[in-house]
Design a protein around this ligand. Structure first.
Ligand code: FE2
Length: 302
């Protein structure tokens, strides 16, 4: 970890797309399928954001789905590793994951729960499946921090399943509001720099959802069951299980399910439009800051 590739030069990012007055409902700009990957000590997962096809959707740096009932796919887990400069968000659908960090913090993530961890200047932690058989299913999202917050003190928001409010809309759509204020409901995740919205939306067959979504937030949907039409009118596009739809910044979000129903994440946040220097578990603004992170880690300063 002492030499860095030349590719660490900060990337240039175009400004976020502004609101589009001609398209009131958010439309899908691009559909991307995940690709098989392995991370940690050999956990098989699907990387949706963070690979070569889709390095980021500012401020989101990575999205992984892990889903397997084969213990060999997940037992190795994610032993001790550092993070600096961003937030990791783990949302569990099935199974259990034990979290421990180098400061003595520990917690158990069970089905339906969320951990929103602000790594800030740095933590070293492990994330290990706490089961030897059965289905392990969930997501990890990385949310960038603005330059001013990259070296803040670490913070955990561990949210139990029963603390996440669920709205049931006319027509049967069920929405778990994890972060953001949506549908008249405040999600339990608070005071995050990028003002994120994180919803788990379940659409029974033929159900739909339509809700305002602030134009200041860029975002995406990720369909993890069934298929959904995203948007309205002739521009609506079908997004299937395992696909991400990157959204424009129109002021409303509209989705509907066909005969099979759908379940999807809607995630949005304020784009940072800052330079990114990225090296494994460190995401900073400059190459010098990455070198410092590696030095700090090697010197035991995390
Ligand atoms: Fe981690």
């Amino acid at each position: 970890m002492s030499t860095l590739p030349d590719s660490l030069a900060p990337e240039n990012h175009p400004p976020a797309r502004g609101p589009q007055p001609t398209a009131e409902a958010r439309q899908v700009l691009r559909i991307i399928g995940g690709r098989a990957a392995s991370d940690g000590a050999g956990v098989r997962l699907t990387r949706i954001i963070g690979g070569p096809e889709l390095p980021q959707i500012d401020p989101f740096l990575l999205l992984d789905e892990f889903r397997s009932d084969q213990p060999d796919d997940y037992l190795a887990g994610f032993p001790d590793h550092p993070h600096r400069g961003f937030e990791t968000v783990t949302y569990m659908l099935a199974g259990r994951m034990r979290h421990r960090d180098s400061k003595g913090n520990a917690g158990l993530l069970s089905a339906g729960s969320v951990q929103w961890m602000t790594a800030g200047r740095g933590i070293i932690h492990s994330e290990m499946p706490e089961q030897e058989e059965g289905l392990l299913w969930g997501f990890q999202l990385w949310v960038n921090l603005p330059a001013a917050d990259k070296m803040r003190a670490p913070r955990y928001q561990d949210i139990a399943a029963e603390q996440i409010p669920e709205c049931v809309l006319p027509g049967g759509a069920k929405v778990r509001v994890i972060a953001g204020s949506m549908l008249g409901t405040d999600g339990p995740v608070q005071a995050v720099a990028t003002e994120p919205v994180y919803l788990d939306i379940e659409l029974p067959p033929d159900a739909a959802i339509a809700t305002p979504l602030p134009v200041s937030l860029s975002g995406f949907v990720y369909v993890f069951q069934g298929a959904a039409m995203i948007g309205e009118g002739p521009g609506a596009r079908r997004v299937e299980r395992g696909e991400l739809g990157a959204l424009d910044q129109s002021p409303r979000f509209v989705a509907s399910a066909g005969a099979t129903g759908a379940r999807l994440l809607l995630v949005a946040g304020r784009a940072l439009n800052e330079p990114i220097a990225r090296y494994g578990p460190f995401v900073m603004n400059t190459r010098e800051q990455i070198v410092q992170a590696v030095e700090d880690f090697n010197a035991g300063r995390f």
